[in-house]
Structures are given as structure tokens and as C-alpha cells.
Design a protein around this ligand. Structure first.
Ligand SMILES: *Cc1c(COP(=O)(O)O)cnc(C)c1O
Length: 390
């Protein structure tokens, strides 16, 4: 038995400190936007190398509030990927704008900059690149496109806190970065939470106001806001976990490298690749075609591509090996987006990834013996389903 993810191990590692932090919040009585939220905002702004950070109620709200703060609304188009969690397009829909999907780079699963360029119309106002599975998008090319067309760039960093592109933290490259503290993310609370990072004083002020009923001063409301605050209690918990985040991210990278080695002789399993200089790819730390990596992924997930994916999943379930499919139905084919009129075949790389993707157990405390057990079961499952399909 190997779990896909076990968030209780983080708690066990830090139990004494987390329990004390929770008790001190309970005793202090300052439960909404208190000193813990302020301190976490400062710590994450420092880590992400942005002057501003605002805690909000979820990653979904982080995306939604940034789009609202930027004045994006009905009639506007936002270019993004269909290979992501639905929250990315929910945020676009919540401000009344329309998502326009660009296909992915089949090797990195991230939005393909060339496809972004092709999706731009006179109505395009913003791009939301999603750093999927913890791996940064090609931010040089995306920022160049945005500059050329005068577009806002909102980085969906919900799976990628601590990842870097050319040494720069995600969330500091675009106009804003949106983070989630959902329990299974690499920095997860005991409930929902989110955060916006930005270099822009205007976006900061506006999101700050929107999250608390549209006002800077209590009972004085300047714009139509909402209630979207990060809990003081969650902030206190997250601050304790944050002290371990670099080590945990390092452990995830180590596990990814271990999986890569264990799968090196499985030609039918495509391992995750990282971008290197001049658009080449490599397996973590191991150049395929020269050049050093441009990015440091935090491996929120370790996601491979296999044939006969659903049969492989069945075998893994029987062997009690945790696994997950992120995401089985790409957003352009979801019922909620039927009004866009996009047909099967319109985003071939996205659809192929959705059909073949499979994520393996990944959490900081994962042991090499568990990785071996998972990979052996996976190789058996692939072989069995190949024979059966033939
Ligand atoms: C988790 C996630 C979100 C939403 O975050 P919540 O905190 O659950 O609202 C948005 N985008 C991506 C890519 C995510 O993985």
C-alpha cells in the first residue's frame, strides 16, 4: 500500500509547533486579518520577491479578485490552458469574461506560447499561464507576447509555490501571482486559503480592498467587494509549515529524480521533462540535448503519460498503489464550457494528455521503497494492459 499523498505526515512532523500556534491564535482572539495573516503575507512576499502579498480565502478567489481588480469583465477574452483545474476558468467566468483556450506543449503540459499568440484577438485582455504540476511555464516568451499586445499576465501558481523560472520565483514575473493553500498543495493549511502576490501597487490596493467588502476603512465602502479573507488560524498554521517548505520542495525534486531513474528503461512511459536553454528539454538534472535547465519545478505532482491509462489505473487500484488523473476531461470539453462550442479535436495535445496522463504518489515524506513498490506495480500494470489491449 502506498498513498497518493498523506498530509497528516506534515502535521506529525510539526505537531508541537502547530498545536502551540493554533492555541495562541485561539487565546489572542484576533481571528480575522490579525497579526498572523500580516506576517504570512510579509514572509511570502519576501519568498516570492514581490513588494506585495494579500491573503484571500482560496486560490480560486485569488484569481477572481485579481481579474476584478484589473477591470476585466464582460466582452473581454482571457487566454489560458484547458489542461488545468476548473478554478482557472471559474475566475474568468466570475468576472463575466470569456476564456479562450490555447493548446499545450505536449512535453511540459504547460500552455504553448505559440498557441497563445494565435489565440489573441482585439478583445483579448489577459493571459493566465498555469504552472501545472509545479513546473513553470516559459515566462520569457509569455511576457514578450503580453508586452507586444499590451496584455495583463496573471500567473496561476496554485501548484507551484517556490518554483523558479531562470532563478525568479513564480508569482513575481507576471502582473500578479495566485496561490492556493488547499490541504494537498505543497503548502497546505487545514482548510481553504489563498494569496495574491504582485509588483503592482494598484493591483495590491485593489485586491486588498475587494477582499474586505470593498473598503479600506471599516464601514466605508468604495467599490463592490466581497468577503474573501485568509483565516488567522490558517495563517498561523501555514507560517509553521512555511519553515519547512524549502526542504519539502527539495524532497519532491529528489523523488522526481528517483522516479526518473527508476523509469529510465520503460520506453512506453513518458516521464515529465523540464525546459532547457534554447527550447530543448531534459529530464530533471539530466540533459537530453544539451543546455542547463531554465526552471526549477517543485513537483506538486509527478505526472507521466501511459497507454491504456484507465486499465493501468485499475491495476494500480488492485495493487493498492495511490494514483490520480489530473485531469481526465480538459476544460474545453466540460459541460460548463459547452457554450464555447469547442469540439473534440480542437486542442489535440491537451486531449492526448488528458487521455494518457497519470500522476504517481508524491509527497515530501515519500520513501524510496514506496517509490520502488509504485514503479514495479506500474510497470506490471502497463505490461498487463498492453497484453490485454493487443
Ligand atoms: C488548486 C488550484 C486552484 C484553486 O485553488 P483553491 O484554493 O482550491 O480555490 C486553481 N488553479 C489550480 C491550477 C489549482 O491547482
Amino acid at each position: 500500500m502506498v498513498p497518493m499523498c498523506d498530509v497528516t505526515l506534515q502535521y506529525q512532523e510539526l505537531k508541537a509547533e502547530i498545536d502551540a500556534a493554533m492555541q495562541s491564535v485561539a487565546a489572542a482572539g484576533n481571528y480575522i486579518l490579525g497579526p498572523q495573516v500580516k506576517a504570512l503575507e510579509a514572509e511570502l512576499a519576501a519568498m516570492c520577491e514581490t513588494p506585495h502579498a494579500v491573503g484571500v480565502a482560496s486560490g480560486t478567489d485569488a484569481l477572481h479578485l485579481v481579474l476584478r481588480a484589473a477591470g476585466i469583465g464582460p466582452g473581454d477574452e482571457v487566454v489560458t490552458t484547458a489542461f488545468t483545474f476548473v478554478a482557472t476558468t471559474e475566475a474568468i467566468g466570475m468576472v463575466g469574461a470569456t476564456p479562450v483556450f490555447a493548446d499545450i506543449d505536449p512535453r511540459t503540459f504547460n500552455i504553448d506560447p505559440a498557441a497563445i499568440e494565435a489565440a489573441i484577438t482585439p478583445r483579448t485582455k489577459a493571459i493566465i499561464p498555469v504552472h501545472l504540476f509545479g513546473q513553470p511555464c516559459d515566462m520569457d516568451r509569455i511576457m514578450a507576447i503580453a508586452k507586444r499586445h499590451g496584455l495583463l499576465v496573471v500567473e496561476d501558481c496554485c501548484q507551484a509555490l517556490g518554483a523558479t523560472w531562470k532563478g525568479r520565483p513564480v508569482g513575481s514575473i507576471g502582473d500578479a501571482g495566485c496561490f492556493s493553500f488547499f490541504p494537498s498543495k505543497n503548502l497546505g493549511g487545514f482548510g481553504d486559503g489563498g494569496l495574491v502576490t504582485t509588483n503592482s501597487k494598484e493591483l495590491f490596493t485593489s485586491v486588498e480592498m475587494l477582499r474586505r467588502h470593498g473598503g479600506r476603512v471599516k464601514y466605508h465602502h468604495e467599490v463592490l467587494g466581497l468577503n474573501s479573507r485568509l483565516d488567522e488560524l490558517q495563517a498561523a498554521i501555514l507560517r509553521i509549515k512555511l519553515t519547512r517548505l524549502n526542504d519539502w520542495n527539495e524532497a519532491r525534486r529528489r523523488h522526481a529524480a528517483t522516479y526518473n531513474r527508476m523509469l529510465a528503461n520503460s520506453p512506453n512511459i513518458q516521464r515529465p521533462v523540464e525546459l532547457t536553454e534554447s527550447g530543448k528539454h531534459c529530464w530533471m538534472g539530466l540533459a537530453i540535448s544539451g543546455g542547463s535547465p531554465l526552471m526549477e519545478s517543485v513537483y506538486g505532482q509527478y505526472t507521466i503519460l501511459v497507454d491504456n491509462r484507465d486499465a493501468v489505473c485499475n491495476e494500480l487500484s488492485k495493487a493498492k498503489i495511490g494514483h490520480a488523473v489530473y485531469y481526465p476531461v480538459p476544460l474545453h470539453l466540460q459541460e460548463v464550457h459547452q457554450n464555447l462550442g469547442m469540439k473534440t479535436g480542437s486542442l489535440p495535445h491537451t486531449e492526448a494528455a488528458a487521455t494518457r496522463c497519470l500522476s504517481l504518489p508524491m509527497f515530501p515524506q515519500l520513501e524510496v521503497s514506496q517509490q520502488r513498490e509504485s514503479v514495479e506495480a506500474l510497470q506490471r500494470a502497463c505490461e498487463q494492459s498492453r497484453v490485454r489491449a493487443a
